[in-house]
Design a protein. Structure first.
Length: 178
């Protein structure tokens, strides 16, 4: 049996919780999901569709022979390209790329279009929906689609990008001779 708390103790706990919530930093996460053939923000769905979404089951692919260490912390990975990523690293010029994409990814077509029409180097497209593509993505530490890994002539990774605008920023900083 738990001892009864006084009204003052409960009110003090409520006040402390409200103060802690007032100091929370960040922004609301926008969740997009597929509904009736296209992607749309879940918060804009009607009540029935939202209820259906809440009953969906999430499936997780567990790859037992992964080269990713068990103690790997995804929060330590940058989610955008920083100035350091786009700066000249001295390791050489971009020579080729690997594009990790999915057929159902709404953000992949603009990246694929940039790579096929504007990218000054050749590369390889890897479909992460396939078993081999998923294994390759896990091997390289790719956690989202689209992801483009850019390598120099020695095969050293020099940058990563997740959008066409990030790719443009990377390739505008290289000399025109590439």
């Amino acid at each position: 049996m738990t001892p009864a708390r006084s009204l003052e103790t409960v009110e003090a706990e409520i006040a402390a919780t409200k103060e802690a919530l007032a100091n929370v930093k960040g922004s609301e996460t926008e969740v997009y999901a597929r509904i009736v053939g296209y992607y749309r923000s879940v918060r804009n769905w009607n009540k029935g569709k939202r209820d259906e979404y809440n009953h969906r089951k999430q499936f997780v692919y567990e790859h037992t022979d992964s080269s990713i260490p068990a103690d790997f912390d995804i929060t330590s990975c940058p989610d955008t390209v920083s100035e350091k990523d786009t700066a000249d690293t001295g390791n050489g010029e971009p020579a080729w790329y690997e594009f990790y994409g999915r057929t159902t990814c709404p953000n992949c077509p603009p990246v694929k279009d940039f790579l096929t029409t504007e990218c000054p180097v050749e590369g390889q497209m890897i479909d992460v929906d396939s078993e081999n593509g998923l294994a390759r993505a896990a091997e390289k530490g790719v956690f989202s689609a689209p992801t483009v890994i850019i390598y120099d002539a020695n095969g050293t990774e020099i940058s990563r990008a997740h959008s066409a605008s990030e790719l443009k920023a990377i390739f505008t900083q290289i000399p025109a001779s590439v």
